[in-house]
Design a protein around this ligand. Structure first.
Ligand code: G3P
Length: 254
């Protein structure tokens, strides 16, 4: 094992293993220890579809339990129920529409994803962009059903605008670096630190994630050093030959 166990982390993990509600404990302990939040977006990658969605979630759960770091997954909509039923870890939707019950054919309804087992949702991912009014409506829908919210943005001004809407997290992801293998935390550190500063001025309760090209321990370390509280990532783990080993590398410098 490459990463360094701090005494406090080891103690937290022991508490987690002895707890009746281990993931609640991981979440609480993670906040207390200032551990990062890692959200793995499966997109529509073949490796993260159907049975693969469950296998990757199991790898995430194992690494989360070993490290005490909260790792959540965002599988495709039809896989939410399957993943949430088979693996005890936080599951997010990749999208949520700002609709209520009624005549909204083809939309994603907050209550449906909540009942499927999701605890949160991405909103406005670069590959599923929304208007500002739609982002606000999606946020309201998520809040109505107690879902955690991660609003994705593409630069400092949009990060500031998203923070003003009061999500739990904003996730800054420059689109040109998504899927590139070039980490935003190294290729464009200013967009991360600029987002962190902008959000702090607007609403210090909103936490900042960054994403795009993140896959290695040094990428996550750089992201945290720039002031972010975690990462949103996809291809580096979902498409890895061994997702568990890739996750262990990712958290190796936390
Ligand atoms: O949602 C995460 C994503 O857009 C970043 O993708 O493949 O660069 O980690 P990737």
């Amino acid at each position: 094992m490459q990463y360094f166990w701090q005494k406090s982390i080891r103690e937290s993990v022991e508490k987690v293993l002895n707890s009746r509600f281990p993931f609640l404990f991981i979440f609480q302990e993670g906040i207390i220890l200032g551990l990062p939040f890692i959200l793995l977006n499966y997109k529509t990658y073949l490796q993260g579809t159907g049975k693969g969605a469950v296998e990757i979630a199991k790898a995430c759960k194992a690494v989360s339990e070993e490290s005490g770091i909260e790792i959540a997954v965002a599988p495709q909509l039809p896989d939410i129920y399957r993943v949430a039923s088979e693996v005890e870890l936080p599951v997010f939707s990749q999208h949520l529409d700002g609709v209520g019950a009624g005549s909204f054919t083809g939309h994603i309804f907050g209550k449906a994803i909540k009942e499927a087992g999701a605890v949160g949702t991405l909103i406005n991912h670069s590959e599923r962009r929304l208007t500002l009014a739609e982002i606000e409506a999606s946020l309201q829908a998520a809040k109505e059903f107690g879902l955690r919210t991660v609003v994705c943005t593409n630069n400092v001004p949009t990060t500031a605008a998203a923070a003003a809407l009061g999500p739990d997290y904003v996730a800054i992801e420059p689109p040109e670096l998504i899927g590139s293998g070039i980490p935003v935390s190294k290729a464009d550190p200013e967009v991360v630190s600029g987002s962190v500063k902008a959000v702090a001025k607007i609403d210090s309760r909103v936490k900042v994630l960054c994403g795009a090209g993140i896959s290695k321990g040094e990428d996550l370390r750089a992201a945290l050093d720039l002031g972010s509280q975690g990462v949103l990532l996809a291809s580096g783990i979902v498409k890895a030959k061994d997702p568990k080993a890739a996750l262990e590398d990712l958290i190796s410098l936390v």
